[in-house]
Design a protein around this ligand. Structure first.
Ligand code: LLP
Length: 439
């Protein structure tokens, strides 16, 4: 199983920058996101802070939409809320015409709060509670992607009780290796996700006989950070075969939800090309006559976000350490998946000076609190700012308040300006809602 640790040499600072047109280095202002100096944002809102580029997200949404349009494949894009669930960002994708893919009632309510209509929301996930199903169905959720036989019965019972009919799709586990990190692969038989192909026809028939559900079709999601079209091709071919088999058995199959997972470049690997992906989807689904839906998350938001941090101090202890004011509780991906994130100095002078290897770490009392090992970086003094790149997906959403660290501010850059979209959490808010018995 591939993991995210890279064996080849790291791209140098110039290469990192050159591969990311959303970032620019200005001689005076230093590193900019979409033309806005990160120093100005840090001066105003402090660090650590999340910074997201609205233009980058819109451009990536457009690239995906246009890739399908170029292939003449009508595609309904449901943004995977879990990648970055900020209301401002959900609102941005709603404005672009996206629906949402959610995996909890909290995400469902977030998406509706951002103005995404319930009928444009798809509800995925292996374990939806009855209470969650009830809220979603009462609000008129568009589709529920079902992951087990037991869930079909639960949904039908809840829907019948409410006097509604739930539109469902059966999530098929294609038993295909997505070639990604073991912790984010979902389409192997051994994974907890989806329903085995051999069980789908009987379950489809059973669902058709239940009063509270209407089976609309097949859903699939084989994993995340997938960099090749080949695992998709295999998986979608199996889905297409299933659609034909179900129809031959007399069933109605109207939709095929092909999930998300499109990978981006973190190190020096090229991200999955939307046009190659769209061409593959056209080939595999040609003539199938289904409504196609997809659920991308990382592709849309990952490269658009950075985690802006400051060096607290330098430490020489056999090797060189740079201790940042950001830590694994903010960006978990390196600790959790050995993920590689680029790190750029914000000041232009530092960007142009000689580098030497340093371990970039956070202040948390865990050995896993490391962003980068032996990373070639210039001398960065206390107070120097750095940008941790490609942190727009699975960054803030996966953060915690471990070590009683309040949540950072978040800022949205748009059209040459920037706006605060989440206030930095006040420390007393950390114990909001806590009760000391007898006190
Ligand atoms: N649909 C379903 C059913 C999913 O489970 C996921 C992601 C997506 C869509 C969106 O996948 P994307 O397009 O973002 O790859 N925390 C990990 C990634 C976990 C992905 C979980 N499911 C990471 O930081 O790499």
């Amino acid at each position: 199983m591939a993991d995210m640790a890279f064996t080849g040499p790291d791209p140098d600072l110039q290469d990192l920058l050159a591969a990311r047109p959303q970032l620019q280095m200005h001689a005076q202002d230093g590193l900019c996101l979409e033309g806005v100096p990160l120093n100005a944002i840090a001066d105003k809102h402090g660090t650590p802070a999340w910074v997201y580029g609205a233009g980058t997200m819109r451009a990536r949404y457009a690239a995906l939409r246009d890739a399908f349009a170029a292939e003449n494949v009508p595609m309904h894009i449901h943004y995977a809320v879990k990648a970055n669930d900020h209301l401002a960002i959900l609102n941005l994708f709603r404005e672009q015409g996206a629906g949402a893919d959610v995996v909890s009632i909290g995400e469902f309510l977030r998406a509706t709060k951002a103005g995404i209509a319930a009928q444009h929301i798809v509800y995925s996930g292996v374990g939806k509670s009855e209470a969650e199903l009830e809220t979603a169905l009462a609000a008129g959720i568009g589709q529920i992607n079902v992951e087990s036989a037991e869930e079909v019965e639960m949904i039908s019972a809840v829907a019948a009780r409410l006097g509604v009919v739930a539109h469902i799709a059966l999530r098929m586990n294609p038993d295909v290796d997505a070639g990604t990190h073991a912790k984010i692969t979902t389409g192997l038989a051994e994974n907890k996700f989806g329903i085995a192909a051999e069980d789908i026809p009987a379950l489809y028939a059973r669902a058709a006989s239940l009063p509270g559900v209407r089976v609309a079709g097949i859903a699939m999601h084989i994993g995340s950070q997938i960099l090749s079209t080949e695992p998709y091709r295999l998986a979608y071919a199996k889905a297409a075969e299933m659609v034909r088999a179900l129809r031959a058995a007399g069933h109605n199959v109207e939709v095929m939800d092909i999930g998300g997972g499109l990978g981006i470049g973190y190190h020096d690997e090229p991200g999955l090309s939307p046009s190659a992906f769209a061409a593959m989807v056209r080939q595999v689904t040609q003539g199938l006559g289904v409504k196609l839906m997809m659920e991308p998350g990382r592709y849309l938001t990952g490269p658009a976000g950075i985690l802006l941090a400051s060096v607290i101090l330098r430490k020489q202890a056999g090797k060189r350490f740079l201790v940042l004011d950001a830590a694994m509780n903010e960006l978990m991906r390196p600790a959790m998946y050995e993920a590689w994130h680029g790190i750029l100095p914000v000041d232009a002078s530092a960007f142009h000076t000689a580098t030497s290897p340093a371990d970039v770490v956070g202040p948390i009392c865990e050995s896993a609190d490391i962003f980068a090992k032996d990373r070639a970086l210039p001398d960065l003094r206390p107070g120097a700012r750095v940008a941790l790149l490609d942190a727009g997906a699975y960054g803030a959403v996966m953060s915690s308040a471990y070590n009683a660290r309040p949540r950072p501010a978040a800022v949205l850059v748009d059209q040459g300006g920037f706006e605060l979209i989440t206030k930095r959490q006040e420390i007393p808010a950390l114990w909001d809602g806590e009760i000391v018995p007898g006190a």
